[in-house]
Each structure stands twice: as structure tokens, then as C-alpha cells.
Design a protein around this ligand. Sequence first.
Ligand code: GLN
Length: 390
Amino acid sequence: MQNLSNRTASFTDSVIRRMTRVSMEFGAINLSQGFPDFDPPKPILDRLAEVAEQGPHQYSVTWGAQNFREALAAKQSRFMGRPIDPDTEIVVTCGSTEAMMAAMLTVTNPGDKVVVFSPFYENYGADAILSGAEPIYVPLEPPVFRFDPEKLEDAFRQRPKAIILCNPSNPCGKVFTREELDIIAGLARKYDAYVITDEVYEHIVYAPHRHVYMASLPGMAERTISCSSLSKTYSITGWRLGYIIAAPEVVDHARKVHDFLTVGAASPLQEAAVTGLRFGDDYYRDLAALYTEKKMLFMKGLDDLKIPHTDPEGAYYVLLDISEFGFESDVVFCEKLAQHVGVGAVPGSSFFREPENRYIRLHFAKKKDTLEAALERLSSMRKKMSGLRG
Ligand code: GLN
């Protein structure tokens, strides 16, 4: 038999998604892959039931149904602070996973460089490899996850085509300040690079932190490819509704990539999700308040266990420092944690470029009961894991 393509040879399947399977295998409470265990808003589900009867059930326009794009443009214009044209500046994709991949394929040629902050959401590594781009990693130094502007400029001196910016950041929970974004924007303008954002946690931010959209900075709308999704905002991760918002010339290219990759996002789900896109500002305030409560509950529980952990400014992940357990491999630690303690986590090494082995990532996008049950199980972690060093 001929060899298969070597395009995928240098990366593994997603560790995040593998840990969901490991959690299922051991009946662990799955705090690995980030998704809620509570229902989406009722009005969206009611609308979905109507759509099941009335349609649409056939393809929408490849770059997104007209009414979905109009509702999205109205909502994002409000939050991003600039008028977005639904006809020329939006591509609706199958989740932000496709949006990010399409953005990379739109911007880069094989051999081009892309700046990626480390730790990073693991898809970016595979996105870069699949598009033939070469990542230049710039560390966000734990425990505060700041970047060194000098190191960032060194990376830009290598003339990257783009920088990937996950803000609020998965897995470290960083919300980039206006000043930090100004530095990144200044370098992107100075070295003529695009900024590809992943802003799926745009509405999950903890006071006093505030999400600032890169595209809203002076001169940045034309060079920012804003990727995001409805997954986290409306608790519909399985609906796979994401999007790119960018300048019309960029969108023209991205639409071609998208058209041949997937044709389009599911049309009945776009129709039902319009209901969510039309929610008023109070919905987003309530969402932030809900996650603030979850964060407080979970942080308090972890504090009681006296395991050192990060304090996220946004998104819904927390990194626990497991150095005290002395495991050589955080992957083995997570497997044993799922098996013996009954909680699913993601090994931190899958997010870091650096040889980092001291973190595991848990998420708290779960019902109060689930979080309490997980904390209860974690209370035996020190006892159970200390004897298991493998
Ligand atoms: N963003 C989620 C996480 O980091 C998962 C997203 C996905 O698996 N597509 O866990």
C-alpha cells in the first residue's frame, strides 16, 4: 500500500478531546474538554422545535444564512463598536475550529511564519502544520502570563504573516489588557502582519477585567480576522456555529476556503440560533454573572484543598499546579486522576511549547451539583494520587 499523506504525521489527535473519551471510560466527572452540562437558553430550544417543523432543512447560502448574518452583524457591531456589513464582512463556519483553520489557510502560504503565544489552545499547532505555516512561539510566563514585549518584537522581526491571539485565553484565563493589545497592534502595524483572533470566551470575563476586541483598536479592523462562535456564549457547543468577521477582501478569500471545506454550517441550527443573537444586553450580563458564581464556587473548593492554582480573568479554565505529586508525566497523572479520583482533566503539557509538566487544566462550565461532586472527589486527590506516581 502507498504511504498515507505525511500532513498529519507530526501531530497526535487532540489530547483535550481524548480526555473526554478517557473520562467516559472511567465514569469520571469530565472537567477536561470545556463544554457545559446545562441546557442552552429555553427560547433558543423553543425556536429549534419550531424550525424542526418549518425548516429550513436544506443548505443555506454557503457563507451563512442571510438572517443569521444580519443578526450576528447587529450583535457584534454593538459589542465590537464598529458597523459590520453582514453581506461582505462575515463568513459563518462550522464552529470557530473551522473559522481558525480557514483564517490560517486564507492568510498563510506554506513556509510563512505565524506567532503563537504559549500556552496555547492545542488546535493552533495542528492548524499551523496543516496549512504549512511555521509557528514562532512567544511565552506567556506563568504564573501571571504576561509577555515580554521585547521577545514579541523579536518574533515580529522574523516577519510573520500573522499572530494568533486567543483572548480571553484558553488555557491560562488571561484577558489581555488594552495596553497589551496596543503593543500587539503596534507591532502588527509596524511589521505588516495580520492578527487572527480566537474570541470564543468574549462574554465570559470576570470583573474588573474587560474584553477589548482587537478589531476595535485604531487601524486594526482591516488587519484583524476575528474568529469566534456561539458555542460558549449560548451553551451550544454541539451546534458547531462559528464565524469569521474581517475586511471584505479577506472575507472573499476565507469564503472560498470555507466553501470547499464544509459548504456551510447547519441551516436549521443557524435559524434557531438567530433567537440568541437577538438577545438584549442583560443576557450577556447574566451569563458573566453565572460564570462568576461558578468560578467562585470552584476556586473556593480548590483553595480548601490547598492545591495551588491560577485565578482566571476570563474563560472557564483553571490550571492546577501538581508539582507536589512528583509525576514525571502529566498525561499519566490525568489518566490516573480519571481512573482513581474520578475527575477528568487535561494535561497542561498539551498547551505549552516549553517542556512544562506541572499543570493540569480543569474547567468549571458545569452545574453547581456537578462542580460540588467533582470537588468532593478531588478532596481525596492528595491521598489517592500520592501513592500512584508512575
Ligand atoms: N475549547 C474547548 C477546550 O479547550 C474544546 C473545544 C473543542 O474540543 N472543540 O476544552
